[in-house]
Design a protein around this ligand. Structure first.
Ligand code: C5P
Length: 226
């Protein structure tokens, strides 16, 4: 039986995490947060003092990563363990995000993570969140979404998230950080961030999470995915 997959790609801060979590809960499908895999690899490199451009070492590390995921009802996102330690909060830091986008530029590290990502495909279905889910990892997916939002709106969302966590930053700095990450993700040689030719683009700048989810669910229903 063909296992249905919905891919959601797009730049950081477009709302992919919240949308994918909501969709997977609503449908009762599995959830892959592929960014978390890149963040785990980056954190492992930092912990073991491996440079983020050491491709041979990162390839070996990516194949051998000792990780565990758990989705906790009522909480946003997934919790992750690296070598037995709950590293969920550490993974969200800007430093780890930046290191993740560096290791993500290495073809050998990316291909070492492919099998791990594909292993998430299980009945009754999968919602896959990332940058290249529809263009590389699951090109056969019957529904591909490219979720985007303006840089200013994404910076605003990040600003509010930081405030909620008791941290702070300035909006202009967040705008710069987001632009830098976009630049690195969209212009890298391997698996650059771009919409798949058959993707449906949704601009979430003026939309609520509910509205985006509803549009994706309507599209999935139209295509007979559930
Ligand atoms: O989505 P998140 O911000 O957690 O991803 C962290 C970094 O991992 C991204 O900036 C991107 O460089 C990389 N990534 C990727 N391919 C994916 C998911 C994330 O290259 N499928």
């Amino acid at each position: 039986m063909l296992i249905p997959i919905i891919t959601v790609d797009g730049p950081g801060g477009a709302g992919k995490g919240a949308i994918c979590k909501r969709l997977s809960e609503h449908l009762g499908w599995h959830l892959l947060d592929s960014g978390m895999l890149y963040r785990l690899l980056a954190l492992s490199a930092i912990n073991h003092h491996v440079e983020t451009d050491n491709e041979p070492a990162l390839k070996v590390m990516a194949s051998a990563l000792d990780i565990k995921f758990q989705s906790i009802a009522g909480q946003d996102g997934i919790r992750a363990w690296l070598e037995g330690e709950d590293v969920t909060d550490a993974l969200r830091s800007e430093d780890v995000g930046l290191a993740a986008s560096k290791v993500a530029q290495l073809p050998a590290a990316r291909s070492a993570l492919l099998a791990r990502q594909r292993a998430f495909v299980e009945l009754p279905g999968l919602v896959a969140d990332g940058r290249d889910m529809g263009t590389v990892v699951f090109i056969e997916a019957p529904l591909k979404i490219y979720l985007t939002a303006s840089v200013e709106e994404r910076a605003n969302r990040r600003y509010k998230q930081l405030l909620d966590k008791g941290q702070s930053d300035t909006l202009p700095r967040l705008v710069e950080a987001i632009k830098a990450r976009d630049e690195s993700d969209m212009n890298r040689a391997v698996a650059p961030l771009k919409p798949a030719p058959d993707a449906l683009t949704i601009d979430s700048t003026l939309m609520t999470i509910d509205e985006v989810c509803q549009q994706v669910l309507d599209e999935a229903a139209k295509r007979g995915l559930f």
